[in-house]
Write a protein that binds this ligand. Structure first.
Ligand code: SF4
Length: 202
């Protein structure tokens, strides 16, 4: 069960030393309760308190790494499903949906949107590649979008086509969004073999 800030505060060392980046132990406890700070930021927390807190304060959504190299992103770690409930821990990524029919026109335009705003780079970080039933055309689509510094998401429920696309991706580690109640065993095997994160159509 989630602990309240006051419960977490009771387990802090109460030194108010600021080494965790918060002005007081109480402020730190409130941040931990909200999910915006990790208990490991306090170097003086006892092992007993850590053991008690790590389970109780773990976010219900697991934190995962996706992609590789410059396309690597951290997802999850959230305590809520919707933005209006609380601030997301991870900033949502911008994505564009591409398929064999639109890639030539949309890819060029998408790559032009790349600028800096208040110190942050604004650009499309994700290419969501939709399978249209033609394996060869899908592999071509993947090739066209590779090497552009974007995380690829393979939207493909066909196991053979997904395997061919993953072979082309190599070490880029895309997300494979293709499991269904009918194919999940084969998709799980494929994702495990290729070391990629698997998403499901439910
Ligand atoms: S580092 Fe620990 S003891 Fe120091 S203020 Fe933060 S929570 Fe309190």
């Amino acid at each position: 069960m989630a602990l309240k800030g006051i419960d977490i505060f009771k387990l802090t060392p109460k030194k108010n030393c600021k080494e965790c980046g918060s002005p007081t132990c109480m402020a730190f406890a409130m941040k931990v309760a909200q999910g915006s700070a990790d208990i490991s930021a306090c170097p003086y927390m006892s092992d007993e308190a850590k053991a008690q807190l790590s389970e109780a304060t773990a976010p219900p959504m697991k934190t995962i790494k996706v992609g590789a190299g410059e396309c690597e992103h951290t997802l999850g770690g959230e305590t809520v499903l919707y933005r209006h409930e609380a601030t997301f821990v991870q900033r949502p990524l911008f994505g564009v949906c591409l398929c064999q029919d639109c890639v030539d026109e949309k890819l060029e335009k998408t790559l032009k949107v790349d600028y800096e705003r208040i110190g942050e780079r604004e650009y499309v970080e994700v290419f969501y590649l939709t399978y249209r039933g033609d394996k060869d055309a899908y592999v071509e689509l993947v090739k066209k979008t590779q090497g552009k510094g974007r995380l690829l998401v393979l939207d493909c429920k066909d196991v053979d086509a997904a395997a061919a696309a993953l072979e082309v991706c190599g070490a880029e580690k895309p997300i494979l969004n293709g499991a269904t109640p009918e194919n999940y065993q084969a998709m799980c095997e494929l994702a495990t073999k290729c070391g990629v994160v698997l998403g499901a159509h439910i």
